[in-house]
Design a protein around this ligand. Structure first.
Ligand code: NAP
Length: 229
């Protein structure tokens, strides 16, 4: 039987490069997938329900979208927080606006989605949250300060929420990719050896496992997935 048969899962950022591959893999594993994303793209891939144009930093819009998704899918079992963004900016050359942007895009969005989904997971009596963090949150190099700080926030959110929910059969984990092989990264780093990067499919397989029944004893984990970087 498929690993995620009939489990209802929301993927935030599900219209982005990684999100689309995650949606496709979860659907292939039998999940009923809903997407929440602030952008709008004509082809929504294998998602059953799509709410585009929703900014996760807007708590009431996020809560409203989750309510509609829960009604359409008959509840919510899992949340995968893929939504996020990146800025390369050396600290001495940058502005505080970048810190605000990275905080909002990566951490506030993740916290808002977690807060809105909790009532649904609690009402199931079990559930899964998987956050996409970043390997650079563990040790940041030049230009990654604001981004890595926001993703370090995602790691701490993951740890704290997992501890809070450990007696409620709700697991909370994060995966920490290095560089993912996306079209945007190939464009930005055209001279790099793409074969050393992490394939989006590898990340999607890890996410699927962390959503599955097999991962019941794993919570609060920050799982690096770094390819050959
Ligand atoms: N690409 C990498 O090498 C890499 C490495 C480590 C970690 N990650 C993480 O992996 C995740 C996906 O990366 P990606 O390369 O697939 O990025 P992406 O293609 O830009 O996809 C991210 C998606 O999230 C959406 N989004 C951003 N902020 C949002 C908000 N406040 N509310 C709702 N939706 C929002 C984006 O919409 P817009 O396009 O309209 O902004 C986009 O559709 C991110 O969290 C990223 O930090 C990526």
């Amino acid at each position: 039987m498929a690993m995620l048969a009939n489990k209802s899962v929301i993927v935030t950022g599900g219209l982005g490069a990684l999100g689309r591959v995650v949606v496709s893999e979860l659907a292939a594993q039998g999940a009923r997938v809903a997407v929440l994303d602030c952008s709008a793209r004509p082809d929504a891939g294998r998602a059953e329900v799509v709410y585009d144009g929703v900014d996760l930093c807007n708590a009431s819009a996020t809560a409203k979208a989750m309510e509609s998704i829960a009604a359409q899918l008959g509840g919510i079992y899992g949340l995968v927080n893929v939504a996020g963004g990146f800025r390369y900016e050396p600290i001495s050359e940058g502005t505080l606006d970048t810190w605000d942007l990275m905080y909002e895009t990566n951490l506030r969005s993740c916290a808002a989605a977690c807060l809105s989904v909790l009532p649904y997971l609690r009402s199931n009596g079990s559930g899964r949250i998987v956050n996409i963090g970043a390997a650079s949150a563990q040790r940041a190099t030049c230009g990654l300060g604001a981004y890595a700080a926001s993703k370090a926030g995602v790691a701490r959110l993951t740890e704290s929420l997992s501890d809070e929910l450990k007696d409620q059969s709700i697991t909370v984990n994060a995966v920490l990719p290095s560089v993912i092989d996306t079209p945007a990264n190939r464009l930005q780093m055209s001279g790099a050896d793409f074969t050393r990067w992490v394939s989006p499919t590898s990340v999607a397989h890890l996410v699927a496992f962390l959503l599955s029944d097999q991962s019941i004893d794993i919570t609060g984990a920050l799982v690096p997935i770094v390819g050959r970087m």
